[in-house]
Design a protein around this ligand. Structure first.
Ligand code: PRX
Length: 635
């Protein structure tokens, strides 16, 4: 039996048991079986959740790009590593072989070096889904620079905050991007962001839309001519297993976004191992994850996990609705996709359209369907299963987080059973625990509590960049000696997990993790606004949508409300991004507050969901009268 590839239910239980009883031996065997190390570890694991400090494969030496690219050249040099599918189906797709990928990565790595980037430097990448994005990330990893990818839909303010927080010296962007029938002025956003980023010395600009853009003398350089001149040889920098590989930001319930730091060895082992099993990837398969690489899903399951297995991975520039709602299925047919991984919000939005958009295409290549980002509701699960999987492709509902680096709880297709809306069983090495509010672990089945993880796994984030204290407080303080996920979950009668949603103030909108605080800050900065509160409410397509309750200053009360709504929306777009625009903005005279001054969001959530029959205990409110007023004016 190979630990690396799990083939049936009995093997799953055997492997899982071993992973819990002898975690060090188990992970050592996985790491030895599949990867190339320049030097093996002295110790598999040392950990202490009270500091917290976690080290995997201590003192091992490697370069992740050697594992993701070089070592495949012997057997897979001509195999396609990346299929790039452009926004416009009329434009040709690109097949990049492993050999060509190595050349591209090396050239890009040399360009980084020529522009002063060295091991340990931070590079911000703000690119659309074009091949340069994958190549740029691997080029950073090649020379030991730390990439910080910022989703190219974020606003100038959000980009500036992240660039500064990560101390980036360089920023890589494009002249613009295509999104459906629109173009986005990425370089304009970058220019605006960089007004507040004094430490960025160089901006490399990829040409994508041929826009007439401003190039700042001495700072901005076109990327392609530099790549053409660069050498295609670049020795990989030898990294320690615990050297940082990347920083990726995620929203918290309060405060600034958190720059999660992922390190090299453990991240590689875990993403590769989960990819291999959870998608049951076979050598000739074509795998497609529709996420943007700007999110962790893209990092782990478009790039690193698939490439570490020598897979063919599709990178899609476009959107599911362009040129029409059949685009995903057209791409599945065109590239004979075998594993397809997407988000519930995409499934819900496609399920609303005419079924002809699906039926036109041959989807018989599909073997595994995946879902990620938020709980998948029963209806969407069945639509996906019936119409896309034709009842023959198992669905893997994969639960995980930016912080976990890789998939944590998920069925293994053709190995463990699926159950609609359940992420089901923990992956080998993952030890979940459900806790009650008093910090007691709920043992046995048929329990419902807060989801924690009791034991380290190789791809967990090691810290929050520049703020280890916050890392400890956010993840390791709620429950002693456990990693707290921020999610609620239940365990059913046979031990399957169902994620019930966030228990903190993070709201998941269309699979995007949004903290309430930055959006409220953006609203409060409007000169007419005194205070605001954002809550989520169920939405048919987005999963959750945002509802803003806004108190105006006396000076703002006479203003036209529609205009104010427009201005507030604009303000949110500029400061956080268009994703964060609320579905509804209600002006109110007060917000329900406890005597200690905390907004009682539970009540606002009920009002936003139009479920005001039972508001629960409001006796601790300082201003109960405001509740009726808000309800009345919400109708
Ligand atoms: O609440 C959970 C939800 O998404 C959160 C993590 O968001 P993010 O860090 O942006 O990563 C998303 C992609 C990995 C989790 O705390 N979530 C993610 N996957 C699922 C999920 N909720 C239910 N079911 C899932 N499969």
């Amino acid at each position: 039996m190979s630990n690396y590839s799990i083939k049936n239910l009995e093997e799953y239980f055997q492997v899982y048991r071993k992973s819990v009883r002898e975690p060090e031996n188990f992970w050592e065997e996985v790491a030895e079986e599949h990867f190339t190390w320049r030097k093996k570890w002295d110790k598999v694991l040392s950990w202490d959740f009270s500091i917290p400090e976690i080290k995997w494969f201590e003192n091992a030496k490697l370069n992740i790009t050697e594992n993701c690219v070089d070592r495949h050249l012997l057997t897979r040099g001509e195999k396609t590593a990346i299929i790039w599918e452009p926004n416009d189906p009329e434009e040709e797709s690109l097949h990049i072989s492993y050999k060509e990928l190595l050349e591209r990565v090396n050239k890009f790595a040399n360009v980084l070096k020529d522009n002063g980037i060295k091991k340990g430097d931070k590079v911000c990448i703000y690119l659309p889904m074009i091949p340069e994005l994958s190549v740029a990330m691997l080029a950073c990893a090649r020379i030991g620079a730390i990439h910080s990818v910022v989703f190219a839909g974020f606003s100038a303010t959000a980009l500036a905050t992240r660039t500064n927080d990560a101390d980036c010296k360089m920023l890589i962007t494009a002249d613009g991007s295509f999104r459906g029938n629109k173009t986005l002025d990425l370089k304009g956003i970058v220019d605006k962001a960089l007004e507040d980023c004094p430490n960025v010395e160089t901006v490399l600009v990829a040409k994508r839309i041929d826009a007439d853009i401003n190039m700042k003398e001495g700072r901005d350089k076109w990327l392609q001519p530099l790549l053409e001149e660069a050498s295609s040889e670049c020795e990989p920098e030898i990294m320690d297993a615990e050297d940082p590989l990347f920083i990726l930001y995620t929203s918290g319930s309060t405060g600034t976004p958190k720059g999660m730091v992922h390190t090299t060895g453990g991240y590689m082992v875990y993403t590769a191992y989960t990819f291999k099993n959870i998608f049951q990837y076979k050598e000739e398969d074509v795998y497609w994850c529709t996420a943007d690489i700007g999110w962790i899903t893209g990092h782990s399951y478009i790039l690193y996990g698939p490439l570490a297995n020598g897979a063919t991975t599709v990178m899609f520039e476009g959107v599911p609705s362009y040129p029409d709602y059949g685009r995903f299925w057209e791409v599945v047919e065109k590239h004979k996709v075998n594993q397809f991984y997407t988000a519930p919000t995409a499934i819900r939005s496609l399920a609303k359209r005419n079924i002809e958009f699906v039926e036109k295409y041959d989807l018989s290549s599909l073997k595994v369907l995946g879902s990620v980002g938020e709980p998948i509701n029963e209806e969407a699960w069945h639509w996906y299963n019936d119409n896309i999987g034709k009842n023959k492709s198992p669905i893997v509902d994969t639960w995980w987080q930016t912080e976990t680096g890789g998939i944590m709880i998920s069925p293994i297709p053709y190995v463990t059973p699926a159950k609609p809306t359940y992420a089901t069983l923990p992956f080998p090495g993952i030890q979940p625990a459900l806790m009650d509010e008093n910090g007691t672990e709920l043992k046995g089945n048929q329990v419902d509590g807060r989801l924690c993880i009791k034991f380290p796994w190789p791809s967990m984030a090691r810290t929050i960049y520049g703020n280890h204290k916050r890392y400890k407080e956010t993840y390791f303080s709620a429950f002693e000696n456990k990693y707290f996920t921020g999610d609620g979950a239940l365990r059913d009668e046979v031990g399957y997990y169902r994620i019930t949603g966030r228990v903190d103030d993070v709201i998941i909108v269309s699979g995007h993790n949004l903290g309430t605080a930055p959006i409220e800050d953006a609203i409060n900065e409007h000169p007419a606004v005194a205070e605001s509160a954002i809550v989520g409410f169920p939405h048919e397509v987005k999963g959750n949508a945002l509802y803003a309750f806004v108190i105006l200053k006396e000076t703002g009360e006479s203003r036209n409300q529609d205009n104010l709504r427009k201005e507030i929306n604009q303000q949110i777009s500029d400061r956080v991004g268009p994703i964060a625009k609320p579905e509804k903005i209600q002006f109110v005279s007060g917000l329900p507050k406890t005597r200690s001054g905390k907004i009682m969001r539970r009540i606002l959530r009920k009002i936003a969901s139009n479920d005001t029959s039972n508001l629960g205990d409001t006796s601790t409110l300082l201003n109960p009268e405001v509740v009726d007023e808000i309800i009345e004016s919400s109708m």
